[in-house]
Write a protein that binds this ligand. Structure first.
Ligand code: UD1
Ligand code: CA
Length: 457
């Protein structure tokens, strides 16, 4: 079986945060996640991640998704792979892909293509390379007339070698049994006093084994981030790639300012996304919607022809034809049924809002089941928390809830019931009933004439 070993021990000092570099996020996902995803997409199931700096952050993130091995000291990429030897020894028959956890754009096509090449060429090691305009900082590929002869690091290279533009991506296929042998032969006699994994190429050739290079068609496979500026470059590249994919699928963008769409999001044709809109996680949006401006939508399923303007929505469902906004917060576990309209300054939490229901302005509806064609008046609040426990409110179909009502949960309003403005509803209201809760209004004629009689102005 084939293995993958992902190197993720590095710190990323220039990021200036106590986070392992592969855990920095590109378009909402840790770089390590991009690399793991590419391995999984390429069908690799036997994966070992090498941890080092702040190892627990990576272990906690991975859970039991794959194996990890700990590198106690950062002594180089060769030393990092040595930590995976017990993992490799479990199955030495196949090949092992080594990748860097901080170069997120490795893709499954490159992984598959390079494996085919590696196997066909009967190589002990195949380096995945790319040709780039700016090779500075990368290991350069040394070619001979009949193949490659090695890799030289920037710091060890001669001025002549530094002109080479074919570089090492940091990803390699090894025959697993040969990798274990080669790791035993790496020395640290170089400018950085590190055990370079790159030395395996020259060592293999010296041992009479075959070594080769596979040049990826995707030059982005080499891109990594050493600082925040580099991370922004990766984010920008990923962001534009996602937007272009959606445009090809018929999604409209008049202006892409402030629009961030994570890879996992699905959007139907004819939908328009307006500026300052962030779409995250497992969000699915239907066709012919207008989303934005100024929306943050996370893990939310949205039907066709929905309009959201300045809305935040999390872990919820919004059905077809719903109009929401501006300034609305849809908190988790809410379901807004088709045709409902929710206006400004409304918060909904863990509630069902029935078909065609209107909540025009200034309301809080939490832990509530609201029927169809209900009218919720301005300033209506479900009082769902008594300081100890949360309770639900139920509002029947066609109910009319007056302005500034407090519904003291648990309480229910029957179908076609009607509550007068300003009511505090503490008991259930039957179907078709009116609930009115109003003290006598006293009018005192001439009151302020008397009160202010002695005031100068
Ligand atoms: C390495 C390659 C270089 C290649 C470049 C591609 C070597 C010697 N050089 O250089 O030829 O062009 O990648 O990006 O391999 N890591 C550990 N433990 C360590 C050292 C590194 O886990 O002791 C991890 C890092 O977290 C990182 C990866 O290995 O994910 C690569 O290490 P890095 O130090 O960035 O290597 P480069 O100097 O960039
Ligand atoms: Ca690097």
């Amino acid at each position: 079986m084939n293995n993958a070993v992902i190197l993720a021990g590095g710190q990323g000092k220039r990021m200036k945060a106590p986070i392992p570099k592969p855990m920095f996020r590109v378009l909402g996902e840790p770089m390590l996640e991009w690399v793991l995803g590419a391995c999984e997409d390429a069908g690799l199931q036997n994966i070992c991640v090498i941890t080092g700096y702040e190892a627990d952050q990576i272990r906690n993130y991975l859970g039991d998704r794959c194996e990890t091995a700990y590198q106690a000291e950062r002594l180089g990429t060769g030393h990092a792979v040595m930590q995976a030897i017990p993992f490799l020894q479990k199955d030495t028959d196949g090949n092992t892909l080594v990748l860097c956890g901080d170069a997120p754009f490795i893709d499954s096509e490159t992984i598959r293509g390079s494996l085919e090449h590696h196997v066909a060429e009967q190589n002990a090691v195949t380096v995945i390379t790319a040709s780039v305009e700016q090779p500075f900082g990368y290991g350069r590929i040394l070619r001979t007339d009949n193949g490659i002869s090695g890799i030289v690091e920037e710091k060890d290279a001669t001025p002549e070698q530094r002109k080479i533009t074919e570089i090492n991506s940091g990803c390699y296929w090894f025959r697993t049994a040969d990798l274990i042998e080669l790791l035993g032969e790496i020395k640290n006699d170089n400018a950085q006093k590190e055990y370079y994994l790159t030395d395996t190429v020259a060592i293999a050739l010296n041992d009479g084994l075959r070594a080769g290079a596979f040049c990826s068609q995707n030059p982005d496979v080499v891109l990594g981030a050493n600082d925040r500026k580099g991370l922004l470059t990766l984010n920008t590249a990923a962001r534009m790639a996602v937007l272009e994919k959606h445009m090809a699928n018929g999604v409209g963008f008049t202006c892409t300012d402030g629009i961030i769409i994570e890879r996992s999001v699905k959007i139907g044709a004819g939908t328009e996304i307006l500026p300052n809109t962030i779409l995250r996680g497992n969000t699915v949006i239907g066709e012919n919607c207008v989303i934005g401006p100024n929306c943050v939508i996370e893990n939310t399923e949205i039907g066709d022809e929905v309009e959201l303007n300045t809305v935040q929505a999390y872990d919820s469902r919004i059905d077809a034809g719903v109009k929401i906004g501006p300034f609305v917060h849809i908190r988790p576990d809410s379901h807004i049924c088709s045709g409902a309209k929710i206006g400004d300054f409304v918060e909904i939490k863990n509630s069902e809002i029935g078909e065609g229901t209107l909540i025009a302005h200034l309301a809080y509806l939490g832990d509530s089941d609201i029927g169809k064609k209900v009218n919720i008046g301005c300033g209506c609040v479900t009082v769902n928390f008594d300081g100890i426990k949360k309770s639900r409110c139920e509002i029947g179909d066609y109910a009319f809830v007056g302005c500034n009502n407090n519904l003291i949960a648990p309480v229910s309003l029957g179908k076609y019931s009607y509550t007068a403005a300003g009511a505090t509803i503490t008991t259930d209201v039957p179907d078709y009933a009116l609930a009115i809760d109003r003290g006598t209004l006293h009018i005192k004629e001439g009151y302020t004439l008397r009160k202010y009689a002695k005031k100068k102005d």
